[in-house]
Design a protein around this ligand. Structure first.
Ligand SMILES: C[S@@+](CC[C@H](N)C(=O)[O-])C[C@H]1O[C@@H](n2cnc3c(N)ncnc32)[C@H](O)[C@@H]1O
Length: 183
């Protein structure tokens, strides 16, 4: 959507997003099958830059042309500016799929199909917790147990809730890692 692109272009111009790769990714990098990565709503590419430096080929998709421009001419990174509302993930194509702080439930089916057998999905985003309310639309917040249910035919390697600061407020996020079964 055009308004989303404008909103996110402004944020990426102001450089307000975190720049360090996720500690979830650091924890699991050594078990990821080396190969092709899809980084959904990659932003400044903090996670793909880390994987690209380790030999992965990362397709980085985001609606923000500002964010995508900053990812050009980096070895191992293929930047693509697109709206995920209109995107279909190619089946059986990726060894790793990343989805950090972007929740669009319509993508889950494509994520599951898009991974090759043995491929790994890593996600980190806000999770509902009545003690830590967050002022973003409910649509963009996971409910407890949601990913475990959706990925119940995967091997769930890790799930944990963490505290993070958003706009100065303490809130909760889920870290999740699951592998598509080989058979
Ligand atoms: C909170 S940021 C997360 C960025 C990155 N994954 C990270 O963790 O650093 C959300 C990202 O989603 C992108 N985005 C928002 N709506 C989108 C859409 N419809 N299609 C593609 N990207 C979108 C924004 O441009 C932004 O970079």
């Amino acid at each position: 959507m055009k308004e989303d692109a404008l909103k996110w272009n402004k944020r990426h111009t102001d450089d307000v997003m975190p720049i360090l790769q996720s500690d979830l990714l650091i924890k699991f990098v050594d078990i990821l099958p080396l190969g092709r990565v899809l980084d959904i709503a990659c932003g400044n590419g903090r996670n793909s830059r880390f994987l690209a430096s380790r030999g992965f080929i990362c397709e980085c998709v985001d609606i923000s042309s500002v964010a995508i421009k900053k990812l050009q001419n980096i070895q191992g990174i293929i930047p693509v500016c697109l709206d995920l509302d209109e995107y279909k993930i190619t089946p059986d194509s990726y060894d790793v799929i990343l989805d950090f702080y972007f929740l669009d439930r319509r993508l889950f089916d494509g994520i599951k199909r898009g991974l090759k057998r043995g491929g790994v999905f890593l996600m980190e985003t806000f999770v509902a917790d009545k003690d830590y309310p967050i002022d973003i639309s409910e649509q963009k917040i996971l409910y407890k147990g949601e990913l475990e249910e959706i990925f119940n035919d995967f091997e769930i390697l890790f799930h944990d809730e963490i505290y993070i600061k958003r706009l100065g407020e303490k809130t909760k996020a889920l870290q999740f890692c699951a592998r598509k079964k080989s058979k």
